[in-house]
Design a binder for this molecule. Sequence first.
Ligand code: MG
Ligand code: MG
Length: 239
Amino acid sequence: MKTASSVVAEILQVLLEEAKEGMSTNDLDRKAEELIKKKGAVSAFKGYSGFPKVLCASVNEEIVHGIPDDRVLKSGDIVGLDFGVHIDGWYGDSAVTVPIGKISPEASKLIKITEESLYKGIEAAVPGNRLGDIGFAVQNHAESNGYGVVRDFVGHGIGRALHEDPQVPNYGKKGTGMLLEPGMVLAIEPMITAGSYKVKVLKNNWTAVTTDGSLAAHFEHTIAVTEKGPVILSDRAKL
Ligand code: MG
Ligand code: MG
C-alpha cells in the first residue's frame, strides 16, 4: 500500500500542478491514465461498479464522484481530484481540491479548512483512540468554521480492495466506535460544504452535489495506524 499510495501521490501532484483554466476534466483524466500506465499501476476507479474514468473530478457544488467530461475549467472554479490505483493487488486512494485561476476568498477558506480537517482527523488516528475520535476531530474543525459535514459518504478501510471495513465517518463522538490498532490502514476523506451537508446524486448515478448548490471541497489520504502514530502513505510532501 506504501507503493500504491506513493504512485497515487506522485500522479495527483502532477494533476494538481497541471489543472488550469481552459483545460477540460477529460484532459486531466487522460493525463492520469497515461501516468498510471507509465508507472505499471492499475486504476482503482475505472470499471469500479461501472465508473468510466480513472479520475473523479468534482467541480464547485459537486462534492465527489464527478465524471470527467469535456467541461472546461474556468478561473474561479474549484475542482476536487480523487484518484486511486492498485499495484500487486494493494490499493492507494487520495484526493485534493484545487483552485483554478483566481478563486474567491470564500472558496479559498473552504479549501483550507477542509484540508485542515483532514489533518485533524489523521492526528486522531492513533492506537487506543477510536473511529469516533477521527470523526469528531474532522467534524469539530469543519463545523466550528460554519461548514457542513457530508454524512452520505464516508472514509473507509483500504487494503486488498479499494473500500474495506470499517466505514470512517467524518462526524462522530469521542471515545466511540471501533478501537484503532497498529496495522490498520484507513482512507480518511472529509467532504465539507459551505452550506447544507445534504447531498443529491445526479441522473448519471455518480456525481454527488450539494442540494443547496453551495461549494464543496474534498481531501483524502491513505494512512497507516502505527505504534509511532499515523503515517500518511499518500503524502505528497515527501515526494
Ligand atoms: Mg478517493
Ligand atoms: Mg476513498
